[in-house]
Ligand binder design. Structure first.
Ligand SMILES: [Mg+2]
Length: 154
């Protein structure tokens, strides 16, 4: 039995491409009209697989997109997440913490954070939180994440 985790995902260059850095899910013309962003291919399967295993999935981004906009885009792709932390909320919490980092997942109860930036991993080592770094170029990104998640034991 694996531990049930609160897992947070970064958005930019992790789930949402910056340009054409990875393949994306189908994006119909209606989505374009509604200004729904494209999402990394396999995101829905990965997130629903993790949820089926009993993990809770959250979004943790340092972008200022509104929570509503993020939730709406995810919903378009059939993805439902628990909490969404954007930069507005991140800053609010950081003002009360004396931590000099860009992200601090434990402040929101997240056990593991998934991000494209090695810098976040360095912060994780410094402030003792778990980060899974996924390169935008990693074609096996889903397996990379699942292997690391499964390595967290009770
Ligand atoms: Mg990023």
């Amino acid at each position: 039995m694996h531990k049930k985790l609160n897992i947070s995902f970064d958005l930019d260059s992790t789930l949402i491409p910056n340009g054409k850095e990875f393949e994306t899910e189908k994006h119909h013309s209606l989505a374009k009209i509604l200004k729904i962003e494209t999402i990394r291919k396999g995101s829905k399967t990965l997130i629903s697989d993790l949820q089926q295993q009993g993990h809770k999935i959250h979004i943790y981004t340092t972008s200022f997109r509104s929570k509503r906009k993020i939730r709406r885009a995810l919903k378009y792709y059939g993805i439902k997440v628990d909490r969404i932390i954007n930069e507005k909320e991140n800053r609010k919490v950081f003002n009360s913490l004396r931590i000099n980092a860009s992200k601090y997942p434990p402040a929101f109860g997240f056990d593991v954070h998934i991000d494209d930036l090695e810098g976040v991993n360095i912060e994780g080592n410094k402030f003792n939180f778990n980060v899974i770094v996924v390169q935008p170029s990693d074609k096996n990104w889903i397996q990379t994440i699942k292997n690391r998640i499964n390595s967290f034991k009770d």
